[in-house]
Design a protein around this ligand. Sequence first.
Ligand code: HPA
Length: 275
Amino acid sequence: MTGSQAARVAAAHASLRDRVGAPVEAGIILGTGLGGLADRLAEPTAVPYGEIAGFPVSTAPGHAGRLVTGRLFGRRVALMQGRLHLYEGWSARDIALPVYLLARLGAARLIVTNAAGALDPDLAPGAVMLIEDHLNFTGANPLTGPDEPDLGPRFPDLSRAYDPALREAALRAAEAAGVPLRRGIYAAVAGPSLETSAERRFLRAAGGSAVGMSTVIEVIAAAHAGLPVLGLSAISNAAAGGPDQAPDSIEEILANAATAGAAIAALLQRLFAGA
Ligand code: HPA
C-alpha cells in the first residue's frame, strides 16, 4: 500500500462515513476470541473491512473482519471486530490505519483488548489484566517513514501510553462489577510462532507480565493521534516458560479468552455506566 497515511485515512473515511451515522464516543479493538462483545451492541451497523476503501482484511482465527457501530451499554462506539496482526504480513502502518479512522469517526478514547499468555505465574488463564505499560519487542513501529504532522507529532510521548485516568476508572469499575483485575506489563512479539521457553523467561526477566502478538502498534498510533487508551488483556494460557511449561493450543487460548471476555464485558458495562 502506497501513499501517505493521512490520504489513506481520508479515503477510508470517505468510503464509510455515510454508513456509520452519528459520531462515536469510543473506539474499541477486539482481540482474539473476544469478538462476542460485538453481539452486545444495540442498533448495530456492520461494514465489512472489504467495503472500506484501502482497508486491510484480517485473516486471523477468531476475527470476523468488520467495523461495527452502535450502542454498547448506552454509549455510541465503533468497534473493530477483527484486528490486524504483523504475523499476517500487514505492515505496522496498515495496522495503525484503523486507529486513525476511529479517531476520525469521533472516538475520544480507544479501548484495546487482546488475548495474552501469562509470563507471571500468578496470572491464571481466564483472568483479566489491566495493561499499565508495554514492551514492544516486535521490531516494528507504525510511525517509521515520512513525518506526517497532520496526523501527529514526529516523536510522540509514550510515558502515559495507557491513560492513568482511564486505568483508575477501570480499576474502580472492576471492583464495582466484582471482576478481579490485575495490573501488568504487556510484552509484544511479532509471532506467529509462540515463544520458546527461554524467550518467555527472558520476557519475564525484562519486566513483562503477559505476552501477545498485537496491541502495541495500535497504542503507538493512538498516542500519535492523541487518543487516550485503555488496554485489557484476556489471559489465555500459562506462558512462564518453566520446566513444567505445557504446549499451547489455539483451542485453549480461544476458550480461556472467551472466559476472560465475559469479565471484560462486565467491567466495560460498569465503566460506561459511570463514565
Ligand atoms: N504468546 C504470544 N501470543 C499469545 C499468547 C502467548 O502465549 N497467548 C495468546 N496470545
